[in-house]
Design a protein around this ligand. Structure first.
Ligand SMILES: [Zn+2]
Ligand SMILES: [Zn+2]
Length: 262
């Protein structure tokens, strides 16, 4: 079982990351993709200790749309910041998470768009997959990806909450759909209806730890071990066994991010 999106280098895990990793492995989670903020030196420094504790751990580095404002004064350096982080972090295999967030709007939209386009270009140049964060902005993100996509850009829309038409466009563009704890929330009927339309061959499971803990842990700090709850919910949704979900989503992860380190 693979947690395709977690923030293990976040301050939330600074005190007990080793115990969190032990619990994940004990729960059958054999790998995870840890998202790092390229502009956050402490997170980048934590990567090597995390990987020492969990050798199969892989990383994505990028500038999150929430953080775009922090780069406003030196937008021309965003690509270099991400490139340096990619080169510095052993096990880095993707650019992310990157995207647009029109729900929180923590950074001006035009600034978010510039930072996204820069990183999409970088990923295309490097032949790396992208981890996409899109809230109320999936169409705009797809426009950017499709403009850059002549070189067959690949990636995942993590924690997907868009509607049916949007998910069809994501699938047509060749992207994977990331599914997390929201799938387990009692009232998340719309998300379940959308995800039911997505073939298992195109789904990745994730926690987005420390955020979005699945039921029955909702409201607590999330952790990679609980990706098992997401796998169960997805299995139930598709009427297949949990083993089927785990095997297929693990194959999908390998297809997108590669079998081994670069
Ligand atoms: Zn996100
Ligand atoms: Zn995230």
């Amino acid at each position: 079982m693979i947690d395709s999106h977690c923030h293990l280098a976040d301050d939330a895990f600074a005190g007990d990351a080793d115990a969190v990793i032990d619990r994940a492995r004990a729960a059958g989670v054999h790998q995870a993709l840890c998202i790092l903020d390229a502009g956050h030196p402490t997170e980048l420094e934590r990567a090597s200790a995390l990987r020492h504790a969990w050798p199969s751990l892989r990383f994505a580095v990028g500038v999150h749309p929430h953080q775009a404002h922090a780069h406003a004064a030196r937008l021309e350096q965003v690509a270099q910041t991400v490139e340096r982080a990619l080169d510095a972090v052993e096990g880095a295999c993707a650019v992310g998470e990157i995207g647009l967030d029109f729900h929180y709007d923590f950074s001006p939209r035009e600034l978010q768009a510039v930072v996204l386009r820069t990183q999409v270009r970088l990923a295309a140049e490097r032949g790396l997959p992208v981890v996409i964060h899109a809230r109320l902005s999936e169409g705009d993100v797809l426009d950017v990806l499709e403009q850059a996509g002549r070189r067959r850009l690949r990636g995942v829309f993590h924690c997907f909450t868009g509607d049916r038409q949007t998910v069809e466009r994501v699938l047509r563009a060749g992207f994977f759909v990331g599914v997390g704890g929201i799938l387990t929330f009692t009232r998340a009927h719309d998300v379940r209806d959308t995800i039911r339309q997505v073939p298992l061959e195109r789904v990745l499971i994730e926690t987005d730890s420390p955020y979005l803990a699945p039921t029955p842990h909702r409201g607590k700090r999330n952790e990679p071990a609980w990706v098992a709850r997401v796998a169960e919910a997805l299995a139930e949704l598709h009427g297949v066994s949990c083993e089927t979900v785990v095997a297929q989503t693990s194959r999908n992860f390998a297809e997108l991010f590669g079998e081994r380190d670069r």
